[in-house]
Design a protein around this ligand. Structure first.
Ligand code: ASP
Length: 454
């Protein structure tokens, strides 16, 4: 059995919904179809989820909701009309939205917002199920409520209650035909609708794949495959090959440094259950896409991708003989912990220690306070914060035990006249990272791409 998830761009209009149905019907193993809300039809368009947020905010502000309400209904109506699946489904969607809106004063704002946001996927799943039936196929809409998908934590940022797996696996053992399931939301134990963070339909798909022990979790989006580096930086990447297979570890390392294809939280359920993830293109269904799995055959000395992420800063601390001071590292981290700052990396020299932190956790306003606290705690000879750093990440299982990989990267950067602020390689050898100044990012990625893939 395959679980396939279709993102918003794959369901943005009737033509896209038809493509989705063709894809599902082309393979009888595609039995569970997870859908997002309709996304953008073109670059200036608005996603249904964003229309729903606007509608919810209008209602919360006590203003007239007619226009915002009409904008949401119109998106579904244009899809249903073109698919010629009848008016009943639009009436159902209108009724559903009205009954949700009527709860505006009964719920806390965050709860109401989730109730409204979730309707995007919920109503789309109903519509897509009707569209399958109109083609004479056995399909049914199944809700997270019927299958016991229980969430906990904060509204808008909820996480799965792990007890849900047993309920989901039991529920799915009974269904025949195609199940169309809405992504992005579940229910709290108290029966309230709660959503995952934005983009959370990927998480739902991954959870279902794990719950039913699917052979593969197919994630259909609008790119042919994962590319070895950002095509916005290195244009020729698009003309070359996408990545055919990569391991979960490679995926994690690349997504850490900005590969946006799959969100970290979404990977976890599939990874834990060792379900391969196949990233595929709805607009190019014959392309095999990228398969992400536990292991793969690697060619020694090769890398799979080069990522870059902006927004890092580096706290540099120097103190003569710091290596002999017991507890020096612990005291640094204690200061950060007291301020609720999580650190990313801690490369060190003999008498120097760097702590790499995301700039969002150490804004300029907080810097003085942290430096003062570190001065008091450590009495350093020198302390400063370097800002505007970009982290380059070179990733590949094929780098393990191969001499000269880092040398190749350093040489490429040196030839491009780029100086490195920090180099870090963990013992897994599956990646190494290099911090550079942000303004050198594009030139750095280009030179690394040329060195490893050119
Ligand atoms: N529709 C939701 C969003 O736009 C969830 C999703 O598409 O995955 O964030």
């Amino acid at each position: 059995m395959k679980v396939c998830k279709f993102g918003g761009s794959s369901l943005a209009d009737a033509a896209q919904v038809n493509k989705v149905m063709d894809i599902v019907l082309a393979d009888p193993a595609r039995r569970i179809v997870v859908v997002s809300a309709p996304g953008k039809r073109h670059s200036g368009d608005t996603k249904v989820t964003d229309l729903l947020i606007a509608l919810a905010e209008t209602a919360l502000a006590g203003k007239n909701t007619d226009i915002a309400f009409g904008a949401v209904v119109e998106r579904y109506a244009s899809i249903a009309d073109e698919l010629k699946i009848g008016d009943a489904i639009i009436a159902t969607i209108e009724e559903d939205l009205k009954s949700r809106l009527a709860q505006v004063s009964d719920l806390a704002p965050a709860e109401f917002l989730d109730l409204m946001k979730a309707s995007g996927e919920d109503n789309n799943a109903k519509l897509v199920a009707v569209a399958f039936e109109a083609r004479g196929k056995k399909a049914r809409y199944v809700s997270p409520k019927d299958t016991g998908l229980i969430l906990k934590g904060e509204f808008g940022d909820a996480v799965l209650d792990p007890d849900s797996y047993a309920r989901l696996s039991r529920a799915f053992s009974n269904f025949e035909g195609i199940v169309v399931y809405p992504g992005f939301f579940g229910y709290t134990k108290e029966g309230k609708v709660a959503t995952f963070p934005r983009g959370g339909s990927d998480i739902t798909g991954s959870i279902l794949a794990a719950a039913v022990c699917a052979d593969v979790y197919e994630n259909f989006t609008d790119v042919d495959s994962v590319y070895p580096c950002d095509p916005r930086i290195v244009e020729e990447v698009k003309d070359g090959e996408g990545i055919p297979t990569m391991t979960y570890r490679e995926m994690r390392e690349l997504s850490y440094a900005g590969f946006g294809v799959f969100n970290d939280d979404a990977v976890i359920p599939a990874v834990k259950a060792r379900i391969p993830i196949n990233i595929r293109n709805t607009n190019q269904p014959s392309a095999p896409g990228t398969m992400i799995q536990q292991s793969r055959r690697v060619i020694p000395g090769t890398v799979v991708g080069i990522a870059s992420a902006d927004g890092f800063c580096n706290i540099v601390i120097e103190k003569y003989l710091m290596n002999r001071q017991i507890g020096f590292g612990r005291r640094i981290l204690q200061v950060l912990e007291n301020e609720g700052i999580s650190y990313e990396h801690m490369p060190s020299g003999v008498d120097s220690q760097c702590i790499v932190v995301k700039e969002q956790y150490l804004p300029k306003e907080k810097e003085h306070k942290i430096i003062q606290a570190l001065r008091k705690e450590l009495e350093p000879d020198f302390i400063t914060v370097e800002r505007d750093l970009t982290m380059l990440m070179v990733v590949g299982e094929g780098m393990c035990y191969t001499p000269g990989m880092l040398a190749k990267a350093c040489l490429a950067l040196a030839s491009a006249g780029i100086s490195m602020s920090m180099v870090n390689q963990g013992s897994s050898e599956v990646s190494f990272m290099i911090a550079i100044r942000k303004q050198d990012r594009d030139a750095a990625v280009k030179s690394l791409y040329k060195a490893f893939f050119g």
